[in-house]
Design a protein around this ligand. Sequence first.
Ligand code: CA
Length: 226
Amino acid sequence: MTAHILVVEDEPQVAQFIELELKYEGYQVTVAHDGISGLAAARELELDLILLDWMLPELSGLEICRRLRDTGNKVPIVLLTAKDEIGDRVAGLDAGADDYLVKPFSIEELRAWVRAHLRRFEEEEEKELLEFADLTLNRKTREVYRGDRWVELTAKEFDLLEFFISHPRQVLNREQILEGVWNLDFTGDSNIIEVYIRYLRTKLEAGGEKRLIQTMRGVGYVLREN
Ligand code: CA
């Protein structure tokens, strides 16, 4: 359910900036630093979006775009480019790119572009029913089941579980959980997360079911079967 984004960018600092930012936002991110490995990754991986630098060693972003479209690959592609002349834009769109992000760009622009182009991911986001293992969460009715057993949760417990089930198998640190569920800035000493995780586990495991919210000591928590 987590969107997988491929970043093809040869400038290490730019690549790292994008990677860290997108990972912080909760996306799965793969980075390639040249055109050949970028094209290979684009063909091998099941992706929701490609952020593709125009000027790359080995193979240009434009060429990668053209080759992917020629083989019927329809993944959304945003070209990252310092070029902002109209002629270049037309060439990029002709090659099959969906949009442009002109360098240098801000974190806010990056986030906005990524959201706008994560079409498939957004559709998933709209889903009412979220499932993980024997856990079912209904966003509309706010009901939770483990198998056939109804689990009664408070509003905050539901929000916390929804956050986990929206990021399955992904290690979530305290800052991400606080921001995602409580909309608070990280203060460093609050044990609110530990308290709520304990409540959730108690309720989710009341029928003797196995633990799904695992502790990653010193890192955070992850929704995983073992
Ligand atoms: Ca470049």
